[in-house]
Design a protein around this ligand. Structure first.
Ligand code: NAP
Length: 333
């Protein structure tokens, strides 16, 4: 089989598409013929050695995908060759085949095309877990989403709207705001493409607050961090929940704790990888619900590009350069 291979940590341009041995299913594992694999932010970090864990080299990047099970190892129950499935694994999806623990495989509805099934469960799973388990979202909430046109951002908008919440999207450009508008967001804030200094952060806080009908959001969803995080926390309302999702803008922010005291708010961490391991039953229920909502079209992911896997290398770089809207998916014919 062929795969995108990282031989040593370095720039994305060092990745190669080449022949490797077919994987074999061990105890509790399945081999999946990969039909589609989604690009996620960590795929760019992992090949540079900048992610939370560092696989043995050589390895293939790729956190998630979908396809058809071609073989199952000993002690696998619930799956058989020929099943259509989605899967998560920290790496390995940018290949023609992957071996993956059966515990990280899930069934997908027949009506869901692979290019969707293989590319949206990571971002929808993250945003669903964040909004449902961490923030207990309801139709009464007012949700501010930063980095709103990216993978997890658009998923957060889509899910929050499906709950009937009021949603304000914050993005860097007018073009990105237009993407969010298609999801029926109630208002938009454009924060520009540069980092904000202290004075600009104060202006940003005021602008955010002015977009809330009650002067403060009940949920803030933040996958961006850096200089955007504190203004967003300052725009939260009494008793709200600030969701720490990621740091796409670079720096990990820190907050004065008096802000939490004054607002009676919670700052709540979101780590979907750990959640999948610690709470597998709730995670399975989430994925089932997301699958149903995708199949009946009550959720509408944006797949902005579909690229043959063999040509995918340079697209991996684009996600670190703010160049991706919604999801990019790599496909094997
Ligand atoms: N906690 C979890 O379990 C979990 C799960 C999945 C992803 N994440 C994290 O969530 C973050 C976003 O992931 P994603 O898949 O949504 O990525 P994405 O599609 O690239 O979206 C990230 C957004 O961040 C904004 N951004 C601001 N400054 C940026 C910069 N300097 N470089 C790149 N983007 C910048 C961009 O929007 P604007 O241009 O509009 O600012 C971009 O659309 C990442 O840090 C990722 O690791 C966390």
């Amino acid at each position: 089989m062929k795969a995108i291979i990282c031989k040593k940590f370095g720039p994305v341009s060092d990745l190669v598409w080449e022949d490797v041995d077919n994987p074999v299913a061990g105890k509790g594992e399945v081999v999946v013929d990969v039909r589609a694999a989604g690009l996620n932010y960590p795929d760019n970090l992992i090949v540079q050695g900048l992610y939370q864990f560092q696989p043995e080299r050589p390895f293939s990047p790729g956190h998630e995908g979908s396809g058809i099970i071609s073989s199952v190892g000993e002690e696998v129950t619930g799956f058989k060759a020929g099943d259509r499935v989605g899967f998560f694994k920290g790496f390995g999806a940018f290949a023609e085949k992957i071996v993956v623990s059966a515990s990280m495989v899930f069934s997908i509805p027949d009506s869901l095309p692979h290019r969707i099934a293989g590319s949206v469960f990571m971002v929808y799973g993250t945003s669903y877990h964040a909004l449902v388990q961490r923030a207990n979202i309801s139709k009464n909430d007012e949700v501010l989403v930063l980095g709103a046109s990216g993978g997890v951002g658009l998923a957060a908008i889509d899910i929050a709207k499906s709950f009937g919440a009021r949603v304000v999207a914050a993005v860097s450009t007018k073009e990105k705001a237009e993407v969010c508008a298609r999801y029926g967001v109630d208002d938009v804030v454009i924060y520009g493409e540069k980092r904000l200094d202290k004075d600009e952060q104060k202006v940003f806080t005021k602008e955010l607050k002015s977009k809330s009908v009650v002067g403060g959001f009940s949920i803030v969803y933040d996958p961006v961090g850096d200089c955007f995080a504190e203004p967003a926390l300052r725009a939260i309302g009494w008793g709200g929940t600030y969701l720490v999702v990621g740091f796409a803008a670079g720096k990990i922010p820190s907050f004065p704790t008096n802000l939490m005291l004054l607002k009676g708010c919670a700052v709540s961490g979101v780590f979907v990888g750990r959640f999948q391991k610690e709470n597998p039953k709730t995670n399975s229920k989430n994925l089932l619900e997301i699958g149903k909502m995708l199949a009946n079209k009550s959720l509408s992911p944006t797949i902005s590009e579909t690229i043959p896997m063999k040509d995918a290398v340079m697209a991996i770089d684009r996600i670190a350069k703010r160049g991706v809207v919604g999801k990019v998916v790599f496909i094997n014919d």
